[in-house]
Design a protein around this ligand. Structure first.
Ligand code: AMP
Length: 377
């Protein structure tokens, strides 16, 4: 059995975006050294890491340098080629594994895993040609949603059917005519997500579900705890734990779910910290980022209890009107608001630049204050 990597050791993080940046903050706070790796020279985790390597995922010489001296490697982005993870895992334990990654980064494998594991998910059919799509529409029924198998996130690479023109062939062209998954449309009342952490020796910790509200397919607001019944919350946590066991997770997993008539339908898995868990940084006993580090290092897991109701609102590049830095005093004047900025440099519409978390005595108050701060910008 792999021994724990204790504080003082070096953690390598594949990916240098905001999730890597906040994981690096948590790791450094605990006394770890952090090395990050990303193909993009502007990776925002670089400013936090002790060392950053800019190279392609396929650059084995750079990956060898990256892995050298690391006691553990993890990742912050699921679209890393599994071959990259397999390569570094030859010399350093890497969590989550290439196998978990391969399931979570492809909707077909993800759906097939959920179905085979007996986890409730939307009815679906795999389609790899236009003729199969036509047949699948018959078997799955309308309305439904066609999604690319690879590289989908934030609603990218998906088309709801019937489209305005009810044109199947246009939908097929839109997803690039590649392998896809045709999924029944779930008329849900709410979207929630559950974070679960698991260590190599099978210890687990699960968070209360967060309630997620999207705008233009991008997370806008995440509310914790979700406004659902205790029975629904119990079912959601149990499903997340069951998925973590079945996939043999080591690390952190976010499970996105729909709530329909009080029951859960699992939508997507992300084997890394998740946008809907950012409020845990300020509002829970242990943040998702620290829990991620604890889980991959094999440490005891931290408590997950919420310290207060909270609401997290994303700050997209749209808030930088005309490219101008917003007046942050408008946020900071609320003493319970926590401002997080990712140091991403140039803003762009839809680009996740930061977030604000507000804690309050009730979720309703946290929501209204978070929304008001966001609107003030
Ligand atoms: P995804 O990329 O699968 O996370 O989907 C992005 C968003 O599209 C989800 O957060 C939902 O709001 C919506 N969505 C995706 N799949 C379905 C579905 N089968 N039924 C209803 N809404 C869906």
């Amino acid at each position: 059995m792999e021994s724990p990597l204790l504080p003082g050791g070096t953690i390598g993080i594949l990916g240098g975006g905001q999730l890597g940046r906040m994981s690096a903050i948590a790791a450094r706070r605990m006394g770890y050294k952090v090395r990050t790796f990303d193909p993009s020279p502007g990776a925002c985790a670089a400013g936090i890491a002790d060392e950053h390597i800019t190279a392609e995922w396929s650059d084995t010489a750079a990956l060898t340098r990256f892995a050298q001296g690391c006691g553990r490697i993890t990742l912050e982005f699921e679209n890393i080629p599994p071959a990259t993870v397999e390569f570094v895992a030859q010399s350093v334990p890497c969590h989550p594994s290439a196998k978990v990654l391969a399931i979570c980064q492809n909707r077909r494998r993800e759906k097939e895993f959920l179905r085979a594991s007996g986890i409730p998910c939307a009815n679906f059919a795999v389609v790899s040609s236009f003729a199969e799509l036509q047949a699948a529409v018959q078997s799955v029924g309308l309305p439904c949603v066609l999604k690319t198998a690879d590289f989908g996130y934030d609603g990218k690479g998906q088309v709801k059917l019937p489209t305005a023109a009810e044109d199947l062939s246009a939908a097929w062209t839109k997803i690039g005519g590649a392998v896809g998954v045709l999924e029944a449309w779930v008329p849900f009342q709410m979207e929630i997500s559950v974070l679960v952490a698991r260590t190599i020796d099978g210890r687990t910790a699960v968070y209360d579900p967060a309630e997620n509200i999207h705008r233009n397919h991008i997370l806008h607001l995440s509310i914790s705890p979700a406004r659902i019944s205790e029975a629904t919350a119990v079912e959601a946590r149990a499903l997340a734990l069951s998925i973590a066991e079945k996939i043999q997770l080591v690390g952190l997993l976010a499970v996105e779910m729909f709530v329909k008539d009080g029951r859960i339908v699992v939508n997507e898995l992300a084997p890394r910290p998740h946008n809907s868990g950012h409020q845990t940084f300020d509002a829970n006993e242990t943040s998702q980022f620290e829990q991620h580090i604890r889980a991959v290092c094999g440490l005891p897991l931290g408590g997950t209890k919420p310290l207060a109701p909270s609401a997290m609102v994303n700050l997209l590049g749209d808030v930088w009107r005309g490219g101008q830095e917003p007046d942050w005093t408008k946020v900071l004047k609320d003493p319970a608001a926590k401002l997080h900025l990712y140091d991403k440099g140039k803003s762009a519409p839809g680009r996740k630049m930061g977030h604000i978390t507000v804690t309050a005595p009730t979720v309703e108050e946290a929501i209204s204050r978070a929304e008001a701060l966001h609107a003030a910008l």
